[in-house]
Design a protein around this ligand. Structure first.
Ligand code: HSE
Length: 314
Protein backbone atom coordinates (compact mmCIF):
# COMPACT_ATOMS: atom_id res chain seq x y z
CA UNK A 1 0.00 0.00 0.00
CA UNK A 2 1.42 3.37 -1.00
CA UNK A 3 1.48 5.79 1.94
CA UNK A 4 3.36 8.81 3.26
CA UNK A 5 3.51 10.30 6.74
CA UNK A 6 4.71 13.91 6.84
CA UNK A 7 5.51 16.21 9.76
CA UNK A 8 5.18 19.99 9.37
CA UNK A 9 5.99 22.55 12.05
CA UNK A 10 4.03 25.61 13.13
CA UNK A 11 5.12 29.05 11.99
CA UNK A 12 5.00 32.65 13.01
CA UNK A 13 4.14 35.06 10.20
CA UNK A 14 4.92 38.76 9.65
CA UNK A 15 7.76 39.11 12.22
CA UNK A 16 6.69 42.77 12.59
CA UNK A 17 7.38 44.67 9.35
CA UNK A 18 7.04 41.65 7.01
CA UNK A 19 3.25 41.52 6.78
CA UNK A 20 2.28 38.67 4.42
CA UNK A 21 5.88 38.30 3.16
CA UNK A 22 7.96 36.95 6.08
CA UNK A 23 7.57 33.96 8.39
CA UNK A 24 9.63 31.53 10.42
CA UNK A 25 8.95 27.85 11.09
CA UNK A 26 9.34 27.04 14.80
CA UNK A 27 9.77 23.74 16.61
CA UNK A 28 7.28 24.36 19.46
CA UNK A 29 4.40 22.40 17.85
CA UNK A 30 3.82 20.28 14.75
CA UNK A 31 1.09 18.53 12.76
CA UNK A 32 1.43 15.16 11.06
CA UNK A 33 -0.55 14.06 8.03
CA UNK A 34 -0.63 10.50 6.72
CA UNK A 35 -2.02 9.81 3.24
CA UNK A 36 -2.71 6.19 2.21
CA UNK A 37 -3.77 5.03 -1.25
CA UNK A 38 -6.58 2.48 -0.87
CA UNK A 39 -7.89 2.38 -4.42
CA UNK A 40 -7.59 3.85 -7.90
CA UNK A 41 -9.87 4.91 -10.73
CA UNK A 42 -12.11 7.27 -8.78
CA UNK A 43 -11.43 10.16 -6.43
CA UNK A 44 -12.64 9.65 -2.90
CA UNK A 45 -10.96 11.02 0.21
CA UNK A 46 -11.83 10.04 3.76
CA UNK A 47 -10.42 12.05 6.66
CA UNK A 48 -9.93 11.21 10.30
CA UNK A 49 -8.69 13.83 12.72
CA UNK A 50 -7.00 13.19 16.06
CA UNK A 51 -4.23 14.53 18.27
CA UNK A 52 -4.19 17.00 21.16
CA UNK A 53 -6.06 19.73 19.23
CA UNK A 54 -8.03 17.45 16.89
CA UNK A 55 -11.35 18.34 18.51
CA UNK A 56 -10.72 22.06 17.87
CA UNK A 57 -10.60 21.86 14.05
CA UNK A 58 -13.31 20.84 11.55
CA UNK A 59 -13.45 17.09 10.93
CA UNK A 60 -14.89 17.33 7.41
CA UNK A 61 -14.80 19.32 4.18
CA UNK A 62 -13.67 22.55 5.95
CA UNK A 63 -10.49 21.01 7.33
CA UNK A 64 -7.34 22.61 5.85
CA UNK A 65 -5.88 19.29 4.65
CA UNK A 66 -8.50 18.37 2.04
CA UNK A 67 -8.26 21.29 -0.40
CA UNK A 68 -4.48 20.87 -1.00
CA UNK A 69 -4.93 17.14 -1.62
CA UNK A 70 -7.80 17.71 -4.05
CA UNK A 71 -5.82 20.43 -5.87
CA UNK A 72 -2.73 18.21 -6.14
CA UNK A 73 -4.76 15.32 -7.61
CA UNK A 74 -6.44 17.71 -10.05
CA UNK A 75 -3.11 19.17 -11.26
CA UNK A 76 -1.55 15.70 -11.57
CA UNK A 77 -4.68 14.37 -13.33
CA UNK A 78 -4.86 11.40 -10.93
CA UNK A 79 -7.97 9.68 -9.59
CA UNK A 80 -7.22 7.96 -6.28
CA UNK A 81 -9.08 6.73 -3.24
CA UNK A 82 -7.24 8.05 -0.24
CA UNK A 83 -7.45 7.64 3.52
CA UNK A 84 -6.05 10.70 5.24
CA UNK A 85 -5.22 11.04 8.93
CA UNK A 86 -4.40 14.36 10.60
CA UNK A 87 -2.63 14.34 13.94
CA UNK A 88 -3.29 17.91 15.10
CA UNK A 89 -0.50 19.13 17.37
CA UNK A 90 -0.55 22.87 16.58
CA UNK A 91 -3.10 24.84 18.62
CA UNK A 92 -5.56 26.50 16.19
CA UNK A 93 -6.71 30.13 16.26
CA UNK A 94 -3.63 31.41 18.09
CA UNK A 95 -1.58 32.99 15.26
CA UNK A 96 0.75 29.99 15.19
CA UNK A 97 0.20 29.01 11.55
CA UNK A 98 -1.95 26.05 12.53
CA UNK A 99 -3.85 25.68 9.26
CA UNK A 100 -0.61 26.42 7.38
CA UNK A 101 1.10 23.46 9.08
CA UNK A 102 -1.79 21.13 8.22
CA UNK A 103 -1.87 22.39 4.62
CA UNK A 104 1.90 22.05 4.19
CA UNK A 105 1.96 18.51 5.60
CA UNK A 106 -0.95 17.51 3.35
CA UNK A 107 0.66 19.01 0.23
CA UNK A 108 4.02 17.31 0.89
CA UNK A 109 2.34 13.96 1.69
CA UNK A 110 0.19 13.85 -1.43
CA UNK A 111 3.18 14.88 -3.55
CA UNK A 112 5.15 11.99 -2.05
CA UNK A 113 2.53 9.38 -2.91
CA UNK A 114 2.40 10.81 -6.45
CA UNK A 115 6.16 10.22 -6.72
CA UNK A 116 7.44 13.62 -5.56
CA UNK A 117 6.12 15.27 -8.70
CA UNK A 118 5.81 18.85 -7.42
CA UNK A 119 8.54 21.47 -7.03
CA UNK A 120 8.61 23.56 -3.83
CA UNK A 121 7.00 26.56 -5.58
CA UNK A 122 4.13 24.32 -6.76
CA UNK A 123 3.75 22.89 -3.25
CA UNK A 124 3.45 26.42 -1.84
CA UNK A 125 0.63 27.15 -4.28
CA UNK A 126 -1.06 23.79 -3.55
CA UNK A 127 -0.77 24.22 0.24
CA UNK A 128 -2.19 27.76 -0.10
CA UNK A 129 -5.51 26.14 -1.10
CA UNK A 130 -5.81 24.96 2.53
CA UNK A 131 -5.43 28.55 3.75
CA UNK A 132 -8.01 29.70 1.18
CA UNK A 133 -10.46 27.17 2.61
CA UNK A 134 -9.90 28.26 6.20
CA UNK A 135 -9.54 32.04 5.93
CA UNK A 136 -11.24 32.83 2.61
CA UNK A 137 -8.11 34.04 0.82
CA UNK A 138 -4.77 32.34 0.35
CA UNK A 139 -1.86 34.04 2.12
CA UNK A 140 1.28 32.06 1.62
CA UNK A 141 3.55 33.15 4.48
CA UNK A 142 2.68 30.38 6.95
CA UNK A 143 2.50 27.56 4.40
CA UNK A 144 5.86 28.60 2.91
CA UNK A 145 7.60 28.51 6.32
CA UNK A 146 6.06 25.15 7.24
CA UNK A 147 7.02 23.71 3.84
CA UNK A 148 10.55 25.12 3.48
CA UNK A 149 11.56 25.51 7.14
CA UNK A 150 13.55 28.31 8.81
CA UNK A 151 12.94 31.92 7.76
CA UNK A 152 11.17 32.50 4.46
CA UNK A 153 10.47 35.43 2.16
CA UNK A 154 7.31 35.25 0.05
CA UNK A 155 6.51 37.24 -3.07
CA UNK A 156 2.74 37.44 -3.12
CA UNK A 157 0.69 37.90 -6.27
CA UNK A 158 -0.43 35.82 -9.19
CA UNK A 159 2.60 33.52 -9.38
CA UNK A 160 3.57 33.09 -5.75
CA UNK A 161 7.26 32.54 -5.01
CA UNK A 162 8.84 31.60 -1.68
CA UNK A 163 12.54 31.57 -0.83
CA UNK A 164 14.35 30.40 2.24
CA UNK A 165 16.34 33.20 3.92
CA UNK A 166 19.71 31.81 5.00
CA UNK A 167 20.81 32.46 8.59
CA UNK A 168 19.13 32.88 11.96
CA UNK A 169 19.70 29.22 12.82
CA UNK A 170 20.92 29.99 16.35
CA UNK A 171 18.08 32.37 17.17
CA UNK A 172 15.87 31.43 20.11
CA UNK A 173 12.34 32.59 20.70
CA UNK A 174 9.61 32.52 23.29
CA UNK A 175 5.96 32.30 22.33
CA UNK A 176 3.38 33.78 24.69
CA UNK A 177 0.06 32.10 23.89
CA UNK A 178 -2.95 33.50 25.76
CA UNK A 179 -5.99 31.28 26.13
CA UNK A 180 -8.73 33.62 24.96
CA UNK A 181 -11.86 33.17 22.89
CA UNK A 182 -11.16 34.38 19.35
CA UNK A 183 -13.90 35.44 16.91
CA UNK A 184 -14.89 32.91 14.22
CA UNK A 185 -12.93 33.61 11.01
CA UNK A 186 -10.37 35.35 13.25
CA UNK A 187 -7.77 35.95 10.54
CA UNK A 188 -10.29 37.53 8.17
CA UNK A 189 -11.45 39.83 10.96
CA UNK A 190 -7.84 40.70 11.92
CA UNK A 191 -7.18 41.58 8.27
CA UNK A 192 -10.27 43.77 8.01
CA UNK A 193 -8.99 46.22 10.67
CA UNK A 194 -5.73 47.04 8.83
CA UNK A 195 -5.55 50.55 7.26
CA UNK A 196 -5.70 50.60 3.45
CA UNK A 197 -3.47 53.67 3.20
CA UNK A 198 -0.33 54.51 5.15
CA UNK A 199 1.69 57.67 5.74
CA UNK A 200 5.08 58.16 4.12
CA UNK A 201 6.67 58.35 7.61
CA UNK A 202 5.26 54.93 8.56
CA UNK A 203 6.27 53.47 5.21
CA UNK A 204 9.88 54.64 5.70
CA UNK A 205 9.99 53.41 9.32
CA UNK A 206 8.69 49.98 8.30
CA UNK A 207 11.07 49.71 5.34
CA UNK A 208 13.98 50.51 7.64
CA UNK A 209 12.83 47.82 10.12
CA UNK A 210 12.40 45.23 7.37
CA UNK A 211 15.93 45.88 6.07
CA UNK A 212 17.42 45.57 9.57
CA UNK A 213 15.48 42.41 10.27
CA UNK A 214 16.62 40.64 7.10
CA UNK A 215 20.21 41.83 7.51
CA UNK A 216 20.13 40.61 11.13
CA UNK A 217 18.87 37.18 10.04
CA UNK A 218 21.41 36.65 7.25
CA UNK A 219 24.34 37.84 9.41
CA UNK A 220 23.15 35.78 12.40
CA UNK A 221 22.88 38.92 14.51
CA UNK A 222 19.83 38.65 16.81
CA UNK A 223 20.35 42.17 18.22
CA UNK A 224 20.05 43.74 14.76
CA UNK A 225 17.18 41.43 13.82
CA UNK A 226 15.41 42.38 17.06
CA UNK A 227 15.78 46.10 16.27
CA UNK A 228 14.04 45.38 12.99
CA UNK A 229 11.08 43.65 14.68
CA UNK A 230 9.10 46.88 14.71
CA UNK A 231 5.88 47.55 12.80
CA UNK A 232 4.01 50.88 12.74
CA UNK A 233 1.19 49.83 10.44
CA UNK A 234 -0.46 46.44 11.03
CA UNK A 235 0.25 45.67 14.69
CA UNK A 236 -1.00 49.03 16.08
CA UNK A 237 -4.30 48.59 14.19
CA UNK A 238 -4.78 45.07 15.49
CA UNK A 239 -3.90 46.14 19.03
CA UNK A 240 -6.37 49.04 18.85
CA UNK A 241 -9.05 46.55 17.73
CA UNK A 242 -8.46 44.60 20.95
CA UNK A 243 -7.11 41.51 19.17
CA UNK A 244 -3.76 41.28 21.01
CA UNK A 245 -4.37 41.35 24.77
CA UNK A 246 -1.62 42.97 26.87
CA UNK A 247 0.62 43.45 23.83
CA UNK A 248 2.21 46.78 24.87
CA UNK A 249 2.71 45.62 28.44
CA UNK A 250 4.31 42.34 27.36
CA UNK A 251 6.48 44.10 24.77
CA UNK A 252 7.74 46.89 27.04
CA UNK A 253 8.56 44.54 29.91
CA UNK A 254 10.23 41.90 27.74
CA UNK A 255 12.42 44.52 26.02
CA UNK A 256 13.32 46.02 29.42
CA UNK A 257 14.33 42.54 30.62
CA UNK A 258 16.76 42.14 27.70
CA UNK A 259 14.70 40.63 24.84
CA UNK A 260 15.98 41.68 21.38
CA UNK A 261 12.59 42.05 19.74
CA UNK A 262 8.87 41.47 20.34
CA UNK A 263 6.17 41.12 17.67
CA UNK A 264 2.66 39.78 17.20
CA UNK A 265 2.74 36.19 15.93
CA UNK A 266 0.74 36.13 12.68
CA UNK A 267 -2.68 37.65 13.24
CA UNK A 268 -2.41 37.07 17.03
CA UNK A 269 -3.31 36.78 19.83
CA UNK A 270 0.08 35.10 20.49
CA UNK A 271 3.24 37.15 20.89
CA UNK A 272 6.70 36.17 19.59
CA UNK A 273 9.80 37.22 21.53
CA UNK A 274 13.40 36.97 20.27
CA UNK A 275 15.68 36.57 23.30
CA UNK A 276 18.83 34.73 24.34
CA UNK A 277 18.13 31.30 25.83
CA UNK A 278 19.80 32.37 29.11
CA UNK A 279 16.94 34.77 29.94
CA UNK A 280 14.04 32.53 28.86
CA UNK A 281 13.40 31.35 32.45
CA UNK A 282 13.23 34.89 33.81
CA UNK A 283 11.04 36.06 30.91
CA UNK A 284 8.72 33.07 31.25
CA UNK A 285 8.06 33.83 34.93
CA UNK A 286 7.58 37.53 34.26
CA UNK A 287 5.15 37.01 31.36
CA UNK A 288 3.14 34.35 33.18
CA UNK A 289 2.69 36.84 36.01
CA UNK A 290 1.71 39.73 33.69
CA UNK A 291 -1.04 37.63 32.08
CA UNK A 292 -2.19 36.12 35.42
CA UNK A 293 -2.45 39.54 37.09
CA UNK A 294 -4.94 40.59 34.38
CA UNK A 295 -6.89 37.36 34.61
CA UNK A 296 -5.51 35.59 31.52
CA UNK A 297 -4.20 32.07 31.41
CA UNK A 298 -1.22 31.91 29.06
CA UNK A 299 1.26 29.27 27.95
CA UNK A 300 4.83 30.46 27.46
CA UNK A 301 7.05 28.12 25.39
CA UNK A 302 10.58 28.29 23.97
CA UNK A 303 11.19 27.60 20.28
CA UNK A 304 13.95 27.61 17.68
CA UNK A 305 13.74 27.65 13.86
CA UNK A 306 12.40 24.32 12.60
CA UNK A 307 13.09 22.26 9.47
CA UNK A 308 10.63 22.16 6.60
CA UNK A 309 7.84 19.60 6.08
CA UNK A 310 9.44 16.20 5.69
CA UNK A 311 8.50 12.63 5.13
CA UNK A 312 8.78 10.60 8.35
CA UNK A 313 7.56 7.33 6.82
CA UNK A 314 7.15 6.97 3.09
N1 HSE B 1 0.06 37.43 7.31
C1 HSE B 1 -1.19 36.93 7.80
C2 HSE B 1 -1.87 37.97 8.65
C3 HSE B 1 -0.92 35.69 8.59
O1 HSE B 1 -1.21 38.56 9.52
O2 HSE B 1 -3.06 38.22 8.45
C4 HSE B 1 -2.11 35.11 9.23
O3 HSE B 1 -1.73 33.93 9.90
Amino acid sequence: MRKALVRAYMSSANLGPGFDILAVALDAFYDEVEVRVVGEGLSRISLSVGGKYGSQVPAGEDNAVLAPIEKALEIAGEKLQLEVTLNKGVPPGRGLGSSGASSAAAARAVSEILGGVFRDSELVYIAGEGERKVSGEPHYDNVSASLLGGFVLVSPGESVRASRIPGGEGFSFLLAIPEIQVPPKKTGHARSVIPRQVSLADYIANSSSLAKLILGIVTNNPKLAGEGMMDRIVEPARERAGLIPLYSEVKNNALKAGAYGVVVSGAGPSILILADREIHGELRNMLTEIYAKRGYKATIVSATPAPGARVIIG
